[in-house]
Design a protein around this ligand. Sequence first.
Ligand code: CA
Length: 250
Amino acid sequence: MLSLDVPQYASAQKLSQTYRILVVEDEEVIRQMLVLALQEEGYDVLWAEDGRSALALIQEIEAASNQPPIDLMLLDLMLPQVNGLDICRTLRYQGNTLPILIVSAKASETDRVLGLEVGADDYLSKPFSMRELVARCRALIRRQSFGAGSTNTFRKFRDLVLYPKECRVVLRGEEVNLAPKEYRLLELFMTHPRRVWSREQLIEQVWGMDFLGDTKTVDVHIRWLREKLELDPSQPEYIITVRGFGYRFG
Ligand code: CA
């Protein structure tokens, strides 16, 4: 069950200070308690009740051009379908740097360490006080939005890492030499993982509105990029052709 259509909060007050939190929790009582407490703090709250819909919701929001991004995820570990640790692993493997706070009844040291090892940013054991929870949420969002953490300084997908501030790309540990338009294309793809782009949209984003060539230019640049990035350019793993639409990353 996805919660994109929650009427009271879906498109309500988008103040610049309204941060968006995704609560992933299968126990309804706890979920409602978390959602209400965070809404009272002024957060824009979405929720999912199992692992698969959480991943689907994150993907849907990232792919949509009119959805504000999620700033933090509260994640239970024991969830139906896909468990919390696998959600962390999946997101980090896809290069997603969304801050994750694990909120779990599994309180052992091992779970805590494992959670942080698979890429969660913090861990809170149940039972916890709402004050503590809200304080942790605030701290994580602050860390992310002020860019103090290292999470925002690069984007990673499989063996490919992009450093936006340095306009640099490293593949399997080695620097890749990209022409400016190739770099811009890749940066656009990697900042919107799995979003499908039409050739016209790519032209507009990378070449600009006054570009006079045709959309074949996009295909040519994609081919060059694939030759530089893919192990087998005829079976691409990074830049995927979406028949009838265009291209997507990952
Ligand atoms: Ca649970």
